[in-house]
Write a protein that binds this ligand. Structure first.
Ligand SMILES: CC(C)(COP(=O)(O)OP(=O)(O)OC[C@H]1O[C@@H](n2cnc3c(N)ncnc32)[C@H](O)[C@@H]1OP(=O)(O)O)[C@@H](O)C(=O)NCCC(=O)NCCSC(=O)CCCC(=O)O
Ligand SMILES: Cc1cc2nc3c(=O)[nH]c(=O)nc-3n(C[C@H](O)[C@H](O)[C@H](O)COP(=O)(O)OP(=O)(O)OC[C@H]3O[C@@H](n4cnc5c(N)ncnc54)[C@H](O)[C@@H]3O)c2cc1C
Length: 730
């Protein structure tokens, strides 16, 4: 089907495709993992495409309610076929290939996110990772056949990052052999779970487990939340949609509040711990963090998600850049394709190479994940800390780089890239969320830093460390700068770049043609060189880096820095004595994020006001056409800025009282306008998070309750699509 010539293809695109130095089909096979996989993927895609309903009105033109209903309609159609296909598969490898293909088709089918995302992405994996064998036998078929629809509710209004701080309680009542779920405070309301608002009838709830008066920390429970027939929320809980968001509009993210809500004892997912009938708590896990397993799995998965989403964005931007012509380079010659501008290539090519970096790293990371899982089945959890550190930093970096790269793709498409129909805004809205969810960027990098410092301690003691971090031991001595790929990798010792280079070389070393090898090598070099240039400062100067210092005193510096840490200034941290948690504002990383924003705000607004003053003055004084005078106002702007910086230089030679007066004048100007515009500043916030009185959680809940989907307890799409689907009558 794909080889059929398509009529009316843009001539510039055809020309670009003809110029391709390699066989596209060969590269497609490489990405899919082989010829057979490509053929199977196309077969499934064609079958799905033939059978699925499409949008009549573009998704983005619908109201919030219509968007949700349309998403349910499409999800049900897609999952009906998906369930059928899954039931025909017998081998684990086939199932994982099929799941991936379904995920990809689903991505192409929804501009936004399906309300079933959490069911497939977290509910099923948590059943597999956290349930005992008997529980898996009960829940898995129901979930796989979509007889139940689930989600994963861990985050609360008050806590997302700090899981140990979650407040929802599950207290065991041995008289009735039940757990009693409670949300003791407003901040303990579950918040964010995808599909929870309107769609799910089951939910994994992470709660503090109490039995016999003792708290045993957070544990996952599988909980029915809506009636299977009427879909009405069950008595003892309040559930709804949290309100409009930057993206994820059709994922019906929800809130959930418990009031003495009773669930059977075996609702506790009992693979890693159980509570006996008499209330005795029995720990099974060999590692205390095994209940965090689903998060690791999703972090691993997100690396390939980022590769896929960036590949979509950069394909859009490259194709459009081939079609788009702009500006006149030589008189009387056609305008060039924007793709031919070097600056445009700079914006785009690094994204292409990043896609491959993420994809190869993701393949390797998934293999590593499965190996660690297999070892853990036999009771060996040795590799878990490294897997956690690795998946944390790769997730953090790839989600952050991916959303930044998608923004570049949008910039590369000029004004039209801002249209929803270009799909770039939705791709950005999706990927920027991934930087936050499943572990915030900064928080996950800090987890990896913790692991690296601990590893360094082992190196110092002369103990063996794993291959991935063996470079800590190798780089005792200063190395000469070397701009070969190996040299750059050595200089960075960045895990992602290291894996990319080795994995891409390994993947293209068999069977592939020289043309593909050349291209992959170029992409690999581009990625390494790009980042070495981006981080030249880090590599070549004082760096502010313990690992990259010129004298190579890596370990001494790591220790010196570790000793400077405020945490090391006291032998026992006050949190040991149960002091309150810090406000996130106290974290320096948080202040860094915010204060630069405040500084930028003032600098931008001052500059804008200043320019506006000049513009109005020029136009009113001269009373002539405004546009004619723009170059003049530019000249004045240059004159003023040079004058301003020159004055700052000469201030130092003036007498102290005069310096003070001049600086006060600058300050006066800034304060004056801050006070003048105070009303605007307070008003423009219009934010539940930034209100003057700090009633953040109250306002979030008030807004959620105003949300139109919450005006009806059950959305009509339940009766029209969900119920017949769950009951197999569709
Ligand atoms: C930040 C931490 C890691 C801190 O956890 P903590 O219990 O306070 O840790 P601690 O007592 O200070 O101990 C740290 C220790 O725990 C280890 N550790 C932490 N996480 C793991 C893990 N997953 N596997 C194995 N080990 C883990 C760390 O390495 C530390 O070990 P160490 O003490 O150094 O030996 C954790 O709370 C966390 O992961 N927070 C992020 C929350 C998150 O990811 N939520 C996801 C919610 S679901 C979601 O977002 C769905 C999105 C939608 C979709 O997927 O589509
Ligand atoms: C679209 C979307 C979907 C989601 N879906 C789900 C879902 O289905 N189920 C679910 O349970 N959750 C879900 N979440 C919640 C998500 O997992 C959390 O928002 C995420 O883990 C971040 O936690 P937080 O909101 O508490 O951020 P916070 O931790 O409050 O972060 C605020 C700031 O504080 C900083 N900070 C926090 N702790 C530290 C620290 N120790 N050191 C330095 N800085 C720190 C952070 O870097 C950040 O800048 C979703 C979120 C989004 C946006």
């Amino acid at each position: 089907m794909r080889n059929k010539p398509i009529a009316n293809v843009n001539a510039d695109l055809l020309k670009e495709r003809k110029n391709c130095s390699f066989d596209i089909e060969e590269l497609t096979n490489l990405i899919d993992g082989g010829k057979n996989q490509t053929a199977r993927r196309r077969e499934i895609e064609n079958m799905l495409l033939k059978n699925m309903p499409f949008d009549i009105i573009p998704e983005e033109c619908l109201s919030a309610k219509e968007k949700y209903e349309n998403a349910v309609r499409k999800s049900v159609a897609l999952n009906k076929i998906g369930v059928e296909l899954v039931s025909q598969v017998t081998k684990a490898k086939e199932l994982s290939d099929l799941t991936l293909t379904l995920r990809r088709v689903s991505d192409a089918y929804f501009r936004e996110v399906t309300p079933f995302l959490l069911h497939l992405g977290m509910f099923i994996p948590t059943i597999l990772g956290q349930c005992s064998d008997e529980q898996v036998a009960h829940w898995l078929p129901l979930a796989m056949q979509l007889k139940i629809i689930g989600t994963y509710a861990q985050t609360e209004l008050g806590h997302g990052t700090f899981i140990r701080g979650l407040e929802t309680t599950a207290t065991y009542d041995e008289r009735t052999e039940e757990f009693v779920l409670n949300s003791p405070t407003l901040s303990s309301s579950k918040w964010w779970a995808g599909g929870l608002g309107k769609t799910a009838n089951h939910c994994i709830v992470v709660a503090q487990l109490y039995t016999k008066g003792e708290c045993y920390g957070t544990h996952p429970f599988i909980v029915q939340i809506r009636d299977m027939d009427t879909h009405m929320p069950l008595k003892g809980l309040k559930v709804g949609e949290i309100g409009p968001r930057l993206g994820f509009q059709t994922a019906d993210n929800g809130f959930l509040v418990f009031d003495n809500f009773r669930i059977p004892r075996d609702s506790l997912m009992m693979k890693h711990a159980k509570v006996l009938k008499d209330g005795t708590y029995v720990k099974i896990a060999r590692h205390s963090k095994l209940t965090y397993g689903t998060m690791i799995f999703v972090r691993v998965l997100l690396v390939s998600e980022m590769a896929f989403n960036l590949s979509k964005a950069v394909t859009i931007a490259v194709r459009y850049s081939a079609v788009r012509r702009q500006s006149e380079l030589k008189p009387n010659e056609p305008e060039p394709q924007v793709l031919d501008y070097l600056t445009q290539q700079h914006k785009l090519f690094i994204s292409i190479s990043t896609v491959y970096a993420f994809q190869f790293t993701s393949n390797w990371l998934m293999k590593t994940y499965h190996t660690v899982q297999a070892n853990m089945k036999h009771g060996n959890t040795d590799a878990l800390p490294e897997l956690h550190a690795l998946s944390s930093c790769l997730k953090a970096i790839c989600t952050s780089d991916c959303s930044a790269a998608i923004e570049q793709c949008r910039f590369a498409c000029g004004g039209h890239g801002y249209m929803i129909s270009s799909n770039l805004p939705s791709l950005y809205a999706f990927t920027t969320a991934t930087r936050t969810y499943e572990g915030d960027y900064t928080v996950l990098l800090l987890q990896t830093a913790r692991f690296l410092v601990k590893t360094w301690e082992q190196v110092e003691l002369g103990n063996a460390v794993t291959p991935m971090v063996a470079y800590l031991a190798r780089h005792q001595n200063r190395e000469a700068w070397d701009e070969s790929p190996e040299g750059i990798i050595r200089a960075f010792e960045a895990i992602a770049a290291g894996v990319y280079q080795t994995e891409s070389v390994r993947s293209v070393s068999f069977g592939q043609s020289d043309a593909i090898k050349d291209v992959m090598k170029q992409l690999s070099d581009l990625y390494l060189l790009y980042w070495s240039l981006e981080r030249t400062g880090d590599l070549l100067t004082t760096l502010k880096s313990t690992l990259g210092s010129y004298d190579g005193r890596v370990y001494e510096r790591l220790m010196e820095e570790a000793l400077k840490s405020p945490l090391n200034q006291e032998p026992v941290n006050e949190s040991f004595h149960n002091e309150p948690e810090p406000q996130v504002m106290d974290f320096v990383s948080q202040q860094h994020k915010l204060f630069i924003g405040i500084a930028s705000y003032y600098s931008y607004s001052m500059t804008a006001l200043w320019l506006w003053d000049i513009l109005t003055k020029v136009t009113s004084e001269l009373g002539v056409g405004k546009t004619d005078r723009l170059p003049e106002s530019h000249g004045r702007a240059v004159f003023m800025s040079v004058f301003n910086s020159e004055m700052e230089k000469s201030v130092s030679s003036l007498s102290a009282p005069l310096q003070a007066v001049l600086r006060q004048l600058v300050e006066l100007y800034l304060y004056y306008w801050t006070l003048e515009k105070r009303g605007d500043l307070l008003l423009v916030l219009q934010s539940t998070l930034g209100s003057y009185d700090g009633r953040v959680y109250e306002r979030l809940m008030e807004e959620a309750l105003k949300n139109p989907p919450n005006k009806e307890p059950v959305n009509e799409s339940f009766h029209k699509y969900l119920k017949p689907f769950i009951q197999g009558k569709l």
